[in-house]
Write a protein that binds this ligand. Structure first.
Ligand SMILES: [Zn+2]
Length: 373
């Protein structure tokens, strides 16, 4: 418990000089704890009680003041250090990330006519009403939710480029499923085909296997983890300043651990799609599960930038997905925390409570990490 408490005071003092002097004494640390009660020991206890793999490790690995030349952009930005971050994630059934090859977008990406984001909104509202599962209150602590109990489709633009040379087709990452669907025409019919094949709330990650008439191709997202960084400048410049710095720092620490890092989704069209390999639902299920289970050992990370996810006052914002479909949302992330996130969350599969905003499918009874099945 002491460990977490120290983590809190470190975090607060890193960005607020008025708290630095306070932290130099035990009384100061206690005051920092009192003034910044969010994400304290209670969060650790709640996560542990909810069967979330959680660690008491420090979220900051460098000294305070920093001895590692980390670019702490938060000292230049007005970051909200006081509000409670827990529960600041709106539950969703699925989150999709659409290829754009860009790192900034119009303010409301789903209102830009002719884009797949806008077309998906239309498709989702016309197709979704009858089949959505009824949203129920999740019996989990605030901030945690299971995707099967939510109905919302969260639509994001992403920095990856589409596989297809045909400029009218997009490549979409589907989460928490950890799947990739390519060849999605940027038309209402294309959006509807994607919805019916992979986004219908009634479907699990295997999607539709028997009555497909579309030309969509599907693969398992071939990475050990996906790191999403909000970079949406036209929504909030704080995220746009944080994202490139965090991308560079994540890359640096992951490579130091021997991981391969990609900042664009590698073209999968030369590899057999699931449609070309599996003829039945059972076959597809087995293929997907085998592939997903093997990914952690590959030590390969994909970092993408994405449009607004909410909570930009907590910049830097990042979401980390594992192949099992667990998604951890972190806020107030600066380069000081990246090494710890890499070691504890990305490699060891455990949640760091101090920077935790919430997450999808994190509770796993009897499992030690977010990678375990
Ligand atoms: Zn540092």
């Amino acid at each position: 418990m002491k460990y977490i408490y120290l983590c809190i005071s470190n975090n607060a003092t890193a960005r607020n000089p008025t708290r630095s002097t306070m932290s130099s004494s035990l009384a100061g640390k206690l005051r920092a704890f009192v003034f910044n009660p969010h994400n304290g020991p209670k969060v650790y206890q709640d996560l542990q009680a909810a069967d979330v793999p959680v660690t008491t490790a420090e979220c900051r690995s460098c000294a305070d003041p920093c001895d590692q030349d980390h670019d702490d952009f938060s000292s230049r930005l007005d970051i909200d250090l006081d509000s409670d971050m827990i529960g600041s994630v709106k539950p969703y059934r699925r989150q999709v990330v659409i290829s754009t090859g860009k790192t900034d977008w119009e303010k409301e990406v789903t209102e830009v006519e002719g884009t797949l984001a806008a077309l998906l909104i239309t498709a989702n509202s016309s197709l979704g009403t009858s089949k959505k599962p009824q949203s129920t209150n999740d019996p989990l602590p605030s901030g945690l939710f299971s995707h099967t109990k939510a109905g919302r489709l969260a639509i994001l633009n992403g920095s990856h480029r589409p596989f297809s040379r045909d400029e009218s087709e997009e490549t979409v990452i589907v989460l928490p499923d950890f799947m990739v669907v390519s060849g999605v025409p940027r038309t209402l019919a294309g959006a509807e085909a994607l919805w019916k094949a992979a986004l219908d709330p009634a479907l699990d990650r295997v999607g539709v296997t028997t009555t497909r008439s579309d030309n969509l191709s599907t693969w398992v997202l071939p990475y050990s983890c996906l790191i999403l960084l909000c970079s949406h400048k036209r929504r909030d410049k704080r995220c746009a300043i944080a994202a490139p710095v965090l991308e560079k720092t994540f890359q640096q620490y992951l490579e130091r651990e021997g991981w391969e890092v990609h900042t664009d989704l590698h073209d999968l069209t030369s590899e057999p799609s699931l449609e070309s390999q599996a003829t039945s639902t059972t076959e597809k299920e087995q293929l997907i599960e085998t592939q997903l289970k093997s990914l952690h050992a590959e030590h390969k990370a994909l970092i993408l930038k994405n449009s607004h996810i909410g909570g930009h006052k907590f910049a830097g914002n990042c979401i980390i997905y594992t192949p099992r479909g667990a998604g951890v949302w972190y806020g107030r992330v600066t380069p000081h925390e990246v090494e710890s996130i890499v070691k504890h969350t990305i490699i060891d599969g455990q949640v760091l409570p101090t920077i935790f905003r919430g997450g999808v499918d994190l509770a796993c009874r009897g499992k030690k990490t977010l990678y375990d099945w």
